[in-house]
Ligand binder design. Structure first.
Ligand code: ADP
Ligand code: GLC
Length: 478
């Protein structure tokens, strides 16, 4: 079984969030199950060093945005196919926006080109390569199934996976022509979304199957509260929609082998976590004699993540004797809010505004609990990393957070299965209540250790869901 995955991010090469982690880890989990996955992604600057090592496998003269070539290269255990189009992807700034945070004005063309190159690769443009399934991830890849359908092609079958329905790839209708899309398909059951072109809607309308990254989110997006305007198209196609929970790469995220930690540990040596906490305290100038738990946040700072509500609970957290470290970047007002909190509570609140992969490992290693008060969360990966590192997740009851954390209620305690704490609503009062429950539980060392061990026993690897993806691929390939 051969699968062509199409995505705009892939860890460890290019990453803005969990999409990259999933695209980087899923192929490795599928391989032992007999699936050969190839990942097609744009050749962004961090991938340039791989190009000379690769093999030219296709050349196109007329993609949206001009000529481009495909270069196949194996790296870090992944079979990559890079779309080399320097006119679209060789730029300073981020993957989607410039140095000032402004979205590139030609993102429709950039990801239209990615999708069209994928469709042509799926239709035989690469000698000797004919995938059984094309698997598109998120809006950046979602036109690939549309181009296949427009070409009248029914093999390979197609899947669109929604990692976050808040990002839809919505552009002006005038892009249709530049992207070579059939204008007959511009209607509300097709590519049109309130007068605009929607990449994601196209993928949802024209793929053979749709998946998202947790069972709860698969139900939530059928409702107006979570569907972000696409609940109608999803309701129409509900029989083709399923929720497959993300896993994590348990080699990269392994507290017993993690080079980014000050001290490695496992479930039998949890007292060693204290040395990681000490390293965090030193780095953030936190007072070393705190008796309360250390909470961390590792997150994009956006509306989705509910961190504006957390800001309101910081005074309470500090008054109750706990500490907080925040690693994140994003909305200027949230960056400013957390900087101000650190200035207000020196010694108890530490903040690093920016992106730092090794620091994210150290925070998982040395914190006692990780706060994730998201308004919505398709899956969420940081709570899974937290479980793996005995850093108990404190999460909103939504999406994949609800599917992966077992609240420390009385029944769960008695059964010895509690792994974290649910926040009942995304406001500062509810977050304070949850923080209070954490602080109480933390003061009982034996109970806390029991929860940490239950968390570390929780299955967070890809084994289960990789099997579910294979079953889905097989059902399509026949
Ligand atoms: P999302 O994809 O919505 O951002 P996830 O929880 O699925 O949320 O994935 C976020 C990923 O990005 C995790 O791997 C997390 O550790 C990482 N991450 C987020 N912010 C930072 C940061 N500032 N520095 C390092 N890693 C970060
Ligand atoms: C998205 C979601 C996140 C999910 C990730 C990987 O970025 O916001 O919840 O874990 O994709 O699927």
């Amino acid at each position: 079984m051969k699968v062509l995955m199409v995505a705009s991010e892939c860890a460890p090469f290019v990453k803005t969030g969990g999409l990259a982690d999933v695209v980087g880890a899923l192929p490795g989990a599928l391989a032992p199950l007999g699936v050969e996955a190839h990942v097609l992604l744009p050749a962004y600057p961090p991938l340039f060093p791989l190009l000379p090592r690769g093999k030219d496998v296709a050349q196109f003269d007329d993609l949206p945005g001009g000529p481009g070539r495909l270069v196949a290269v194996d790296a870090q255990g992944l079979k990559l196919i890079l779309l080399d189009m320097p006119q679209l992807f060789d730029r300073p700034g981020g993957l989607y926006s410039d140095e000032h945070g402004q979205d590139f004005t030609d993102n429709a063309i950039r990801f239209g080109a990615l999708a069209q190159a994928a469709a042509r690769a799926a239709m035989g443009a690469i000698d000797g390569f004919s995938p059984d399934v094309l698997h598109a991830h998120d809006w950046q890849a979602a036109l690939a199934p549309v181009y296949l359908r427009m070409a009248g092609v029914t093999q390979p079958k197609t899947i669109t996976t929604i990692h976050n329905i808040a990002f839809q790839g919505r552009f002006g209708a005038d892009e249709m022509g530049r992207l070579g899309l059939n204008t007959d398909w511009f209607h509300p059951e097709g590519l049109e979304f309130y007068g605009d072109l929607s990449f994601l809607k196209g993928g949802l309308a024209y793929s053979d199957k749709i998946t998202t990254v947790s069972p709860t989110y698969a139900r939530e997006i059928l409702t107006p509260e979570f569907g972000m305007g696409l609940e109608g198209v999803l309701q129409n196609r509900a029989q083709y929609l399923s929720g497959l929970l993300n896993g994590i790469d348990t080699e990269i995220w392994n507290p017993a082998k993690d080079d980014a930690l000050a001290r490695r540990f496992d479930a039998r040596s949890l007292n060693r976590k204290a040395e990681n906490r000490a390293a965090i305290s030193e780095r953030f100038d936190l007072s070393a004699d705190s008796k309360g738990p250390l909470f961390c946040v590792i997150s994009r700072l956006t509306e989705q993540k509910g961190l504006d509500a957390l800001l309101g609970a910081v005074p309470h957290l500090v008054e109750r004797g706990a500490q907080l470290v925040v690693l994140g970047s994003g909305a200027p007002e949230l960056e400013e809010g957390f900087r101000a909190a650190a200035a207000q509570y020196p010694g108890n609140v530490g903040v690093f505004i920016g992106y730092d992969e090794p620091l994210s490992h150290l925070l998982q290693g040395g914190s006692d609990a990780i706060l994730i008060p998201s308004r919505f969360e398709p899956c969420g990966l940081t709570q899974l990393y937290g479980l793996r590192y005995g850093t108990l997740p404190v999460v909103a009851r939504t999406g994949g957070l609800a599917d992966t954390v077992i609240d420390a209620n009385v029944a769960a305690f008695q059964a010895g299965v509690a792994t974290g704490f649910m926040i009942d609503a995304v406001n500062y009062e509810a977050i304070e209540v949850a923080i209070g429950r954490v602080i109480t539980a933390y003061s009982d060392t034996k109970l806390w250790r029991g929860m940490q061990r239950a968390a570390m026993r929780h299955d967070v690897d890809w084994a289960g869901s990789a099997g579910a993806y294979v079953a889905l691929y097989e059902s399509l390939a026949g």
